[in-house]
Design a binder for this molecule. Structure first.
Ligand code: PTJ
Length: 259
């Protein structure tokens, strides 16, 4: 791992990059995952590298869906496994949802390495798609889902998902909860709830909200959160956030303060 001083202005970003490079070296993360992360970083600059009020509201709704699901499931790919393994395990235990390893660039070796990696972080309920079925409408390897996991689930948390699969999951009647810094992606558009935020920030927020709600007396608030949410409006607000941030910067007087 590269040694980075905490004072470095891009400390957080460098740490995340390091985790992904390490994931590649261990055979957990695919090289394409580095490119995907770079795309995410570009959008993170545009939103201001912090969780917006809009993203926090969507995160609460995603948590509400997970907390009220009959069969929630957390889908794990190579980027997610490298960036937030401990948080995935914590959330999985909190809401009683298995972790399903579901890869875009699928290989038996990577599945096994990710499974071991998650077990090293304490994961107990892992599905690997060994017994898989194919989602209709996708021709490639991406169609495979575990017949005891995603296939039977009602609510699927799919951070950094590919567009085809998000659309297929939605068409099969599932509630799709996505985390994607790119509010223009097909996943963002297809999901039931799109959290336009960085994954490591989102996981912290999901866990905090879930803990708070599990201890709350009044669970009715979860139904209210779900029923009031409109994902199209959520995405439109994400576009306006980027628009007004750039507008403000372009019209500001004096030295520019981006961070
Ligand atoms: O491990 P595999 O084989 O399943 O492959 C995983 C990747 C991510 C390579 C694969 O799913 C892929 O190619 O994804 P896409 O289609 O590039 O989409 C990834 C999306 O995630 C992009 O829209 C990025 O903006 C977004 N993204 C990347 N890093 C983050 C992110 N969003 C939130 N937090 C991040 N850290």
């Amino acid at each position: 791992m590269v040694t980075v001083s905490k004072d470095h202005p891009r400390y957080n970003s460098l740490i995340l990059r390091d985790k992904l490079v390490d994931g590649c070296k261990k055979g957990i993360t695919n090289f394409h995952g580095l490119i995907a992360h770079g795309r995410g970083e570009a959008f993170d600059y545009l939103i201001g590298e912090s969780s917006t009020t809009n993203a926090l509201a969507a995160t609460e709704v995603a948590s509400a869906y997970m907390l009220t699901a009959q069969r929630p499931i957390l889908s794990v790919n190579g980027n997610v496994a490298a960036l937030v393994p401990a948080e995935l395990v914590e959330l999985s235990e909190m809401i009683g949802a298995p972790l399903e390893i579901n890869l875009y660039h699928r290989s038996r070796q990577r599945i096994e390495k990710i499974e071991q990696h998650l077990r090293d972080f304490g994961a107990r309920r892992i599905l690997t798609g060994r017994d898989y079925v194919r989602l209709p409408e996708i021709a490639s390897e991406r169609a495979k889902v575990d017949e005891r996991g995603i296939l039977l689930s009602d609510v699927v948390f799919v951070p950094l998902e590919d567009g085809d699969r998000s659309e297929a999951l939605k068409k099969s009647g599932k509630t799709v909860l996505a985390v994607d810094l790119n509010p223009l992606s097909r996943t963002a558009l297809a999901a039931s709830v799109t959290v336009v935020d960085e994954l490591t920030r989102t996981m912290g927020n999901v866990i905090e909200f879930t803990k708070r709600m599990q201890n709350a007396e009044d669970k009715e608030v979860l139904e209210v959160l779900k029923s009031k949410f409109d994902n199209v409006q959520n995405l439109k607000t994400s576009y306006s956030i980027i628009l007004s941030r750039l507008q403000n910067l372009s019209e500001s007087d004096g030295p520019l303060n981006i961070t």
